[in-house]
Design a protein around this ligand. Structure first.
Ligand code: HEM
Length: 151
């Protein structure tokens, strides 16, 4: 069971999350350490500032898409549709990623500083939630379940 939306939206979601996952992973930074940059065509992954900006672009795109879907959900779809446990888990993971991502954006602003222990927790939570989103997508595929169902 899926929502009455065009196929473009799920594809946009997949593209945006892939962009965020790749650009986010490259922030760690692993591209130079594991010689990913030596693979023809992947040298740009070693450019920290480029992947950093791409992550911010991906975050803007994700916030736009999520705002659009949340608005339509609240105004139209929730009358006839409900979230399955997979759907609820995805909403929770995305909300956590947006929240922890926003704190990391704040931390990156000049003149803003947080104490090291809580900010380390936020960094680890962001990474863990990103991992969780990937595991959830795989689990849903194996379970052949959906994120939404008819009421
Ligand atoms: C599907 C969504 C997302 C995924 C998969 C993702 C993934 C990641 C990963 C793997 C990292 C590196 C983790 C680390 O350094 O410990 C990262 C860092 C970061 N993410 Fe995300 N992220 C997502 C959404 C967001 C959003 C929505 C925002 C902003 C609102 C955001 C802002 C950041 C920031 C600021 C950093 C740190 C960059 C730096 O300063 O080094 N992320 N992300």
């Amino acid at each position: 069971m899926s929502l009455p939306i065009t196929r473009r939206l799920p594809w946009a979601y997949v593209l945006i999350v892939t962009l965020l996952a790749v650009s986010g992973t490259m922030q760690m930074p692993i591209a130079s350490r594991y010689r990913i940059v030596a693979v023809p065509g992947l040298a740009w992954l070693g450019d920290f500032w480029l992947t950093h900006k791409l992550h911010y672009l991906g975050a803007i795109a994700l916030l736009t898409l999520v705002s659009y879907l949340a608005t339509r959900w609240l105004l139209e779809w929730r009358r006839d549709h409900a979230l399955t446990p997979f759907g609820l888990a995805r909403v929770a993971l995305l909300a956590g990623l947006i929240l922890t991502g926003a704190v990391r954006v704040l931390k990156n602003l000049p003149g803003v500083s947080f104490s090291p222990d809580p900010i380390m927790l936020v960094d680890w939570a962001h990474l863990g939630l990103a991992f969780g989103l990937g595991v959830l997508a795989l689990a849903r595929r194996f379970a052949k379940a959906s994120y939404v169902c008819k009421r």
